[in-house]
Design a protein around this ligand. Structure first.
Ligand code: TRP
Length: 451
């Protein structure tokens, strides 16, 4: 099995795989979500917990999930049934593939709405430019959020774009797009960091907010959010990396490529934080102001700097593309399954998945305005979907992946697929068997007040 190919095709090279996976990891999670949840959860201590979770839980699970994908060579649902048969384990493991598909649908339904905000900002940047006045920037964001018609239009454009790329299959377009976009995005982030430095004392206030941990500020729910975000930002726990791994040719080192991708992902998130918080403090804004944070801060920088008009346009265009290379991986497990098991063509599978996700996204749009008072467990639809997926479904999915790779699969198969030197294999095995699952478990107990 280890040498067969996926029916959906293969990446053209190791480099192409790294680019696509980095594309999946780097997205709104890094630039939009990381700063605002860091702001809401008090800064430094939250960042430290997040970094710890990436290292001890995220990276080992990312290696495991990719390894399972490459060995199974199919959509996550079928990969799990093949691998559980191979390991003489229960057939029920394939439901892990199912919950992953569902998590992907739920995440994309709100991810697309936020990506829609970024598209709206591309047009704002082009046609009206940005003001350097925080109050005007704020009001402009509030106007956008208040308009269901606009939000639905932008959300629709993003969904159509996502499904158009997915229709072309994994190799068409995606590989080439990421090659150009990622380096440019990095350059623009560095430019924003340079601008943040020009705020003088506020730059240091921002750094201290991000890197000076104050553990008295962190609640058990913040720890859960930090852990959930480690899964979210690496794109783990729902089969996205598994399906990307299934298109990876044999012979490529999974551990090494995972380290590159996780490293790049972390750097982008930290740079985004370093660029944003000095602006928050310099303009007397509230770090915990929520999902609008980057849309209320970065325009001020663009409004102030020379050439800001052009950089502003470029930045939001790149943000949209970063979101696009992530959104693709969120639907690919479902599309691959519809093709394998229901005999759909790739085009039909894409249209159906996209349509369903779009419809769900409309309710997310409304939760920001018309339905903003409609709450379940004290959360709006957007907040509920985010909490359910990032804080619960992904960590639970990741936990199950760790158990499957560490305890259920035959070790010689795992060893074969990872092809690591003995010492490194042992480290990974220790992390995946003990450290990752126990940490997830303890965080859950903590949230339930049992630990
Ligand atoms: N990692 C992406 C981001 O940070 C989002 C994403 C892509 C994702 N694929 C995923 C999140 C799979 C969870 C699961 O924006």
């Amino acid at each position: 099995m280890a040498n067969t190919k996926s029916i959906h095709g293969e990446w053209s090279s190791r480099f192409a795989y790294i680019l696509a996976t980095t594309g999946s990891a780097v997205g709104l999670g890094n630039i939009w979500k990381f700063p605002y949840i860091t702001g809401e959860n008090g800064g430094g201590a939250f960042v430290l917990v997040y970094l710890g979770c990436v290292l001890a839980i995220g990276i080992p699970i990312m290696i495991a999930e990719t390894m399972m994908g490459r060995r199974g060579r199919q959509s996550p649902i079928n990969t799990l049934s093949t691998l559980s048969t191979e390991a003489n384990a229960s057939k029920y493991w394939r439901y892990l593939g199912w919950t992953g598909v569902i998590a992907g649908i739920l995440i994309l339904s709100y991810y697309s709405v936020i990506a829609g905000w970024a598209i709206a900002y591309v047009f704002k940047a082009i046609f009206s430019g940005f003001s350097s006045d925080a109050a005007i920037v704020n009001a402009s964001f509030d106007d956008l959020i208040a308009s269901p018609v606009q939000l639905i239009a932008w959300h629709s454009i993003f969904m159509v774009a996502t499904m158009t790329v997915v229709m072309q299959g994994v190799k068409g377009g995606l590989e080439k797009a990421v090659q150009l976009l990622m380096p440019t995005l990095l350059v623009l982030l560095l430019l924003l960091v340079a601008y943040a430095m020009s705020t003088g004392e506020y730059f240091f206030e921002g750094l201290s907010f991000l890197f000076h941990p104050d553990f008295s500020k962190i609640s058990s729910d913040a720890v859960l959010t930090a852990m959930g975000h480690a899964f979210f930002t690496l794109g783990l726990g729902m089969g996205a990396i598994m399906v990307y791994g299934s298109y990876l040719q044999g012979g490529v080192s999974i551990a090494k490529t995972t380290l590159y991708v996780a490293g790049a992902d972390t750097i982008v998130a930290l740079l985004a934080g370093i660029a944003i918080f000095p602006l928050v403090f310099a303009n007397g804004l509230e770090p915990g102001s929520g999902p609008g944070l980057i849309f209320q801060t970065l325009p001020i920088a663009f409004g102030n700097m020379t050439g800001g008009w052009l950089f502003g346009i470029l930045f939001f265009v790149l943000l949209v593309f970063a979101a696009l290379t992530s959104s693709i991986s969120l639907v690919e497990p479902m599309v691959a399954w519809l093709i394998e098991n229901r005999g759909f063509t790739r085009v039909n599978a894409s249209v159906i998945s996209g349509g369903a996700i779009w419809a769900l996204g409309v309710s997310v749009v409304l939760s920001f305005n018309v339905w903003s008072d409609f709450k379940i467990f004290d959360k709006t639809i957007f907040e509920l979907l985010d909490y359910l997926t990032a804080n619960l479904m992904l960590p639970i999915g990741g936990f199950c992946i760790a158990v499957f790779a560490g305890w259920v699969m035959q070790q010689r198969h795992v060893r074969d697929e990872l092809a690591l030197p003995e010492q490194q294999y042992r480290i990974w095995k220790f992390l995946i068997r003990y450290v990752a699952p126990t940490s997830v478990f303890i965080v859950f107990l903590h949230v339930l007040g049992l630990f």
